[in-house]
Design a protein around this ligand. Structure first.
Ligand code: ADP
Length: 239
């Protein structure tokens, strides 16, 4: 369970988040939606410990994690995976070497890394692309490499930041189906932010609606999408 209690974050004079409270159950696929500037990325960065809140607390199960520093913080961060709209892969490395990267940083032996990379390539169904250069891969294949890299250290949570926003509809469906499949096989928690309502409908169990830094609505996707209670949610869902 990931729990946020009273999270606030201000940049200069902009209140990006205001008193956000949120509980994300283990094993759920949780969507966060909101218009541009609503605070989604800030929330994701705080949840994934890339940024600290000005006030409030972040818990992973019973452990408070927003106060971790140094080595403890690094170790905690290794236990979470992240994927992005633009993949954030290293252009100088082939597919396998991109997936190996976090394992190298963690100091594992080459033999262990090679074996794990093979497992991961198989997991995301691109075994034949082991030695492919990035420029030889399609967008969907690049996102598969990025997912494999994100899962390399067997994280408990996978954070997806607009992960399908640069993909065509068919590739989007195949990546979403992979994420759903991985969630079930690995029992991880998936948290995703997106402006694509079809992504939420397709794979999320629950959704939270952010507006001007505040969560204005949350619940099951069925309940929020069928009967949005706020103007902000209605605008997003019926856009
Ligand atoms: P979203 O992801 O929903 O588009 P963000 O979390 O990126 O929203 O941004 C929320 C608000 O905080 C915006 O007004 C944005 O301009 C501001 N903001 C976000 N990150 C920074 C930053 N590093 N420095 C200054 N302002 C920021």
């Amino acid at each position: 369970m990931i729990v946020l209690k009273g999270i606030s974050k201000t940049y200069a004079s902009v209140a990006a988040l205001r008193d956000v409270n949120l509980s994300i159950p283990d094993g759920s696929i949780y969507g966060i939606i909101g218009r541009s500037g609503a605070g989604k990325s800030t929330l994701l960065r705080i949840m994934s410990l890339l940024e600290t809140p000005d006030s409030g607390e972040v818990y992973y199960d019973a452990e408070r994690v927003d106060t971790l520093r140094g080595r403890e913080l690094l170790e905690r961060r290794r236990k979470m995976g992240m994927i992005f709209q633009n993949f954030n892969l290293l252009g100088s490395r082939n597919a396998a070497a991109n997936i190996a990267y976090p394992l190298e940083i963690a100091g594992l032996h080459k033999k262990v890394i090679d074996q794990r990379v093979d497992e991961l390539l198989e997991l995301v169904d691109i075994k034949d692309k082991r030695r492919a250069r990035l420029r030889e891969l399609s967008g969907g294949q690049k996102q598969r490499v990025a997912i494999a890299r994100a899962l390399a250290a067997t994280p408990q949570a996978l954070f997806c930041d607009e992960a399908t926003s640069s993909l065509d509809p068919q590739t989007t469906r195949s990546i979403l189906s992979l994420i759903r499949d991985l969630q079930q096989r690995l029992k991880i928690t998936v948290i995703l932010i997106t402006h694509q309502m079809e992504v939420i409908r397709e794979i999320c169990h629950d959704v939270a609606v952010l507006d001007e830094g505040t969560i204005v609505e949350q619940g099951t996707v069925a309940s929020v999408f069928e009967a949005p209670q706020t103007q902000a949610a209605r605008e997003l869902i019926h856009a």
